[in-house]
Design a protein around this ligand. Structure first.
Ligand code: ADP
Length: 521
């Protein structure tokens, strides 16, 4: 629900403004052809830094479009799964080459549709490149294993097979990286896919799919359907022919997707929310910890599932840390991410503005925390055309406050004082999510202890909670995920299924567990 409300809010705002640019109309990609939606309707994609700028119109697709896309994926499946994996990978390497060639254009497109500053948008595209090369390399591995059989003259092995048709549903905050994390491993494993990007940021996924087309991925192997979550997303999650749904987004929507998958026993891989903590110990390099916290809390305007939204600081250095953090935060340059001098871009849309401001209000008036800096929407001059919020720091936060428990997904962070490492670990673990955590300390014993005791999928020492690399598994515990990991070779366990193979070359009947067993009694 939230997503469509947000997009509607974005459109509502956009209607007040004149359209500055001539915008392209885009199409879905189904069965190797660019086609319009059966609805004939569009969703406007507007620049969150300046909503007068219409980035493009994308199909507001329907269930009927999803049906066509799934049918195309079905038709293409046998051909693609039978294409030797190294050959599939050759095409994927070409995708990587195209992404490198057009990185600058994709970066500008991403900043324009999503708002993140150019440097970070470039990082998002780079992540897609890295993921593509890394996953394509698996085309010549996709390792299984052999193992001794318990009988003589018998061979035992285990091999990967594709799962089949996959539905991929992606969010707006990493609009090329996250689709690539799902798409490229799915393809190298021999699956065919239907992908639906978030309604706020379809252009970056469109660019990725265009690269797939140019690289020569056969028709029907990759299908793009744009539209709202409640229609296109729901049709994908519930489609009987989609064996797997891979979803990244909010915990609430993820649960809806999981229910739909449970109905038909589809594989479901979920990447959802976070409430990530940095622990700052009294022996830490405080300036380094402040830099890390600013980057972790306000990078991508705090709109990362790995954002450093809780800073748990030892009382001995709390005052010093809090005042340096507030000073550093106030100095951040907020503006249009297309300006290279800007450090913090806008948030994604009007609904996000309202949600974030409501948490600023909760922090001050319900929780009783101290707003050390920020807390306002910026509306003067050019700011008035976009969705800008001052980077905000709350201090004197206690672990049970709502601002310390709930995912805000914006440029707001909370500083929580602590007396000891043990208490800090308890606070870090005391939320429903379990994605990422970090500790700043000069003491290796403390670092390793925290590493062992904190129950998250990702952990950093002396850096912020953000900065995952594509060759290590990514994902979280508790309400963050359902046990799967993307990236690394672990992603192959999502997009392939194991087949155990036994070959008996004894020429006679051999019965496992029976013929070799010791007689009882
Ligand atoms: P966020 O709150 O981060 O925007 P959402 O979970 O709302 O995350 O959206 C993530 C993706 O899930 C988007 O592509 C969105 O369109 C899609 N989506 C939203 N609602 C549903 C739904 N009911 N079923 C399937 N997908 C959905």
């Amino acid at each position: 629900m939230a997503q469509s409300k947000r997009a509607l809010a974005k459109r509502a705002k956009s209607q007040k403004n004149s359209t500055r640019s001539r915008a392209n109309s885009y199409q879905n990609f189904i069965g190797g052809r660019w086609v319009s939606s059966s609805s004939g309707e569009w969703i406007e994609n507007r620049n969150p830094a300046d909503t007068r700028d219409l980035v493009g119109r994308f199909p507001q697709s329907t269930e009927a479009d999803v049906e066509k896309a799934v049918a195309a994926a079905k038709e293409a499946f046998d051909g693609w799964r039978r294409t030797p994996a190294p050959k599939r990978a050759e095409i994927l390497f070409r995708v990587g080459e195209i992404l490198i060639r057009d990185k600058e254009k994709y970066t500008r497109d991403m900043t324009r549709e999503m708002g993140k500053v150019l440097k970070e948008a470039g990082g998002d595209v780079q992540e897609a490149i890295d993921c593509t090369y890394y996953a394509a390399g698996e085309g010549r591995r996709l390792h299984g294993f052999t193992t001794p059989a318990e009988m003589p003259n018998k061979f035992a092995a285990c091999m990967r097979q594709p799962v089949g048709l996959c539905g991929l549903i992606t969010p707006w905050n990493f609009p090329m990286a996250i689709p690539s994390w799902k798409l490229i491993p799915a393809l190298v494993c021999g699956n065919t896919v239907v992908i639906k990007p978030a309604e706020d940021t379809p252009l970056s996924t469109y660019n990725l799919i265009k690269a797939c087309e140019e690289a020569g991925i056969p028709p029907g192997v990759v299908n793009l359907v744009t539209g709202y979550g409640e229609t296109v997303g729901a049709a994908i999650s519930g489609h009987r022919d989609l064996r797997l749904i891979s979803f990244t987004g909010s915990t609430e929507t993820g649960r809806t997707v999981a229910y739909a998958c449970a109905e038909r026993n589809a594989i479901c891989s979920l990447e959802m929310g976070g409430k990530n903590a940095i622990i700052v110990m009294d022996d830490a390099d405080i300036d380094n910890a402040v830099e890390g916290s600013v980057w972790g809390a306000f990078g991508t305007s705090g709109q990362r599932c790995t954002a450093s939204s809780r800073l748990i600081v030892h009382k001995k250095v709390y005052k010093q840390f809090a005042s340096k953090l507030a000073e550093r935060t106030k100095a951040l340059r907020v503006g249009n991410g297309a300006d290279p001098k800007v450090e913090v871009g806008p948030v994604i849309n009007q609904d996000a503005v309202e949600k974030i401001l409501s948490y600023v209000d909760i922090g001050q008036n319900e929780d009783g925390a101290t707003l050390a800096c920020g807390g306002n929407q910026l509306t003067k001059g050019d700011y008035g055309h976009g969705y800008y919020i001052e980077p905000s720091v709350f201090t004197d936060v206690t672990p049970d406050m709502r601002i310390a428990q709930e995912e805000i997904f914006g440029p707001v962070t909370s500083v929580i004082p602590t007396n000891s490492l043990e208490e800090a670990i308890e606070i870090a673990n005391g939320v429903r999510y379990g994605l990422s955590a970090a500790i700043y300390t000069a003491d290796v014993n403390r670092a390793f202890h925290a590493m062992e005791e904190i129950y998250t999928g990702i952990f950093y020492v002396n850096s912020a909670t953000i900065g995952a690399e594509v060759h290590l598994p990514f994902g979280g515990t508790k309400a963050t995920g359902n046990g799967h990991r993307e990236a690394g070779t672990q992603v192959l366990d999502i997009f392939s299924e194991w087949k155990s193979v036994y070959v008996d070359y004894s020429g006679r009947l051999q019965r496992a567990q029976i013929d070799n067993a010791k007689a009882i009694g």
